[in-house]
Design a protein around this ligand. Sequence first.
Ligand SMILES: [Zn+2]
Length: 445
Amino acid sequence: MTAIDYRGAPVAASRPVAAGRRRLLTASALPLIAAGAFYLVSPPALDTPSVIDLTQVAARAAPIAPAMLPTAQQEATPENVEVTVQRNDTLDRIFRSVGIDNATLAELRTVPDVRKAIDILRPGDIITLTHADGVLQTLNRRISETLTLSVSRATDGFAVNFIENPLEVEVTGARARIESSLFEAGRDAGMSAQTVMVLANEIFGWDIDFALDIREGDEFSALYQRKFQDGEYVSDGRVLAAEFVNQGRTHRAVWFESADGAVRGYFTPEGKGMRKAFLRAPLDFTRISSKFNPTRRHPISGKVRAHRGIDYAAPTGTPIWAAGDGRIEFAGRKGGYGNTVIIDHGRGITTLYAHMSRFGKGSRGGRQVRQGELIGYVGSTGASTGPHLHYEYRVKGVHKNPASIPLPNTEIPTRYATEFRSQAEVMLAQLRLTNGQPSQQLASR
Ligand SMILES: [Zn+2]
């Protein structure tokens, strides 16, 4: 077995580099070397550590311009290959398909950090390789959003580098006005679809019904992070503060994370949790097919019979979630309700979910469930005219309209009140600036 120099090798030890023929595997091949993605560490120190300190190695890595590389004659033209990992791919299979000797892989695996960095492959990962006649020259693999493994052949073995590619985060504010759709308005204001989803689901989804309540003329703004790498936009980051004016009513929220990490989430400027103790709707529904109505005529019997819940139309198989934390009081067949789950949430509150096609794995009487946990799937069992969820919310045995009852809040614990106020003030002040100006970069950090 050839010894592997963990610290890398002097430049002269590396094979000459030329713009090689490119071969297409599953994605377009990139000119790896020409792109300058070639890094070597300084000549090896005398003491070779058994473990690579990633930060140290990365810090010492310095880019070497292609022009500085040796120009000696070469035996074979290196070939650049970019491989996109497919489901069930292994590195052995990839090496074989490229025509690289499997002994090379065994050799690479003897370096502990390399082994860790190459053995776990996820579909969609990209590995770039160069080889000359099946002899591996370089291997690059993105390990995370900010770290790339770079291996290149050295005199005896391989030079290994972990290249850090940090993200730069800037804070941006944007304001949008809804003309036709929430997502279009967000996009026109420069927000990603992901940021709009966070606004609708995580932040305001508890107070605003995004399926029913959104109107033309509604406005929203957000103070949020944008991530860049090498000066190029990567993705939106966390939403730090946001405002939504829905039918003239203003909702405001701010992100808070306590220094000790114990409290994190979105809160109103007054410190009340945006997340409520109950979900407004316990599923992703297509429409409300029957509202809470104490004097409704029943669709099957034709008699006037109160509809003491809400019917949410959704395709059979749509997941149904526990509306709040609690204990399953009943899970089974229940007359006209069909397959039914009843959850006891304490303080006299129970919720009921009827007509399920089947139950969730954990839906058994006596079991504790968390808010949002899957308890069953939409169906049409019992007295039902089509697939829907019949949902009831009862307080001390009295049916309430789940669409309009005020849902209990959570609050910032008093010992975090000061920390919360100081953080919230800064972000809300920046959000106010955003509201005055359509879109503006507010700060970099
Ligand atoms: Zn119903």
